[in-house]
Design a protein. Structure first.
Length: 250
């Protein structure tokens, strides 16, 4: 007859025998014809050019896929991983992409108009000619991103980071850079008419030849920033920190 101690050890061994998963256990593959939130879609290689409308793919993983010409319209894609994904000529119009990861993604002429990309990561993303008009982009990281010829009319970049971003000939109107960091960014020949640069950090920023007509710089940090040949008509300078010598504050 077993003692109480022996019965305890027997029951414990039985529990682990029943509950431990075999070594070969794996999660079910995503249904590529009907993707769902949190799906790992890396095995789905035939999504290029597909149309997703009013979808919810929050937290899905598209890492490294070729999604050129794919359309995500009116979709919820919060927390989705698009790192190293090819998204040339793709569309995310009017979609939510809060916290999405676009690190090293190819966003050549991608349509991101009227999106919410707040808290997203676009580090080292290729954003040549990307359309980012009327978007909400609070607290986004664009460090070292290539944003040449990007369009961003009335976009709100409050609190976002553009450290060492390349924004040659960027085009915007009434863009909001309040509390943003543009340190080391290249904005040569860019258009930022009626832009809001309140408390913006622009240490070493290159604005040579940029059009800044009607913009306001309030408490902005301009140490070592360059405005050579920039258009500065009707610009407001107020309580600017470390302003270049040629800038006259009231």
């Amino acid at each position: 007859m077993q003692s109480a101690k022996q019965r305890k050890h027997y029951l414990a061994s039985l529990f682990f025998t029943v509950c431990v998963f075999p070594a070969h256990f794996t999660a079910h593959a995503a249904d590529c014809s009907n993707p769902a939130p949190m799906d790992d879609l890396q095995p789905c290689t035939e999504l290029k050019g597909k149309v997703f409308s009013n979808c919810d793919l929050s937290g899905a993983n598209f890492t490294g896929l070729d999604l050129r010409n794919t359309r995500f319209e009116n979709c919820t894609l919060d927390g989705t991983d698009f790192s190293r994904t090819i998204l040339k000529w793709a569309s995310f119009k009017n979609s939510s992409l809060i916290g999405a990861n676009f690190t090293k993604a190819d966003l050549f002429h991608t349509n991101m108009n009227e999106t919410d990309i707040s808290k997203g990561n676009f580090t080292k993303a290729f954003m040549f000619g990307t359309n980012l008009n009327f978007a909400k982009a609070n607290n986004v990281t664009f460090e070292t991103a290539n944003m040449k010829d990007i369009n961003m009319e009335e976009t709100d970049f409050t609190g976002s980071v553009f450290k060492d971003a390349y924004m040659l000939r960027a085009v915007s109107y009434q863009v909001n850079f309040t509390d943003a960091k543009l340190d080391g960014a290249i904005l040569t020949g860019a258009t930022f008419e009626e832009g809001n640069f309140t408390r913006t950090s622009m240490i070493g920023t290159n604005l040579d030849g940029a059009s800044l007509e009607g913009s306001k710089f309030i408490k902005a940090i301009l140490r070592d920033a360059s405005f050579k040949n920039a258009v500065l008509d009707d610009v407001t300078w107020q309580d600017v920190v470390d302003a270049p010598a040629h800038i006259k504050q009231p």
